[in-house]
Design a protein around this ligand. Sequence first.
Ligand SMILES: [Fe+2]
Length: 271
Amino acid sequence: MLIAQVTDPHIKAEGRLAYRTVDTAANLARCVNHLLGLKRRPDCVLMTGDLTDFGRVEEYRLLRRLLAPLDVPTYVVPGNHDEREGFRRAFSDHGYLPREGDIRYAIDDYPLRMIALDTTVPGEPGGIMSDERLEWLDAKLRERPDTPTLLFMHHPPIVTGIEHMDVQNCANASAFGDLLERHRQVFQILCGHVHRPIQTLWRGVSVAIAPSASHYVALDLDPNPRREFYLEPPSVYLHYWNEGSLVTHLSFVGSFEGPYPFFDEQGNLID
Ligand SMILES: [Fe+2]
């Protein structure tokens, strides 16, 4: 099973640039083409929030147009830049989405169980796994304790060292971690929000933050970082599930020199 993860595309209204600089629509269009051009097609795509920049109707309209060529099952959760009800209306044809309340659900159609969590707090940049959200997750995890399960959500529960992002990560993480220690079938959490590829082990669970399909938060580990971004290559994660392990590949979106052969026409290693 191959899962593509696309996060934080921050789509603006037609013709507008994010922060007056980034052509996020062009980046997402290239990203969709990249996925469609992979020799091994993903079985599904997970989109982990900030699908639009300001949660506006016209932004969702363009987002859906950009995603239209993607003929692969796609599962979405909102981020802090989204607006929950506009998001729900924009994806009203996605039958797995709940009609009201948090945008959270379990996908049970694959060998790996995938549970989407809504961490957003309307009007706030940071997220939370509130006690109510933890109760919902606890009940979901009790349903299938023996099925390997990954969680996908926007705000990461971990500290990355990028201070201005850490202050807006997922609150109540300690109680969230306690819950996961009682449900050992959860082995992986996939997040967005930080706009950088970051991985760690947290409370016995692997956490992977995917890089943005568009712009990157500056890698600044200074205690007083400047809040800036770079145009590093837009990227996606490709998570390969095979015989009980999930291997995460970083895949850059763009055209690069190559490919070049390792071997000559006679089959000898090129010296
Ligand atoms: Fe974002």
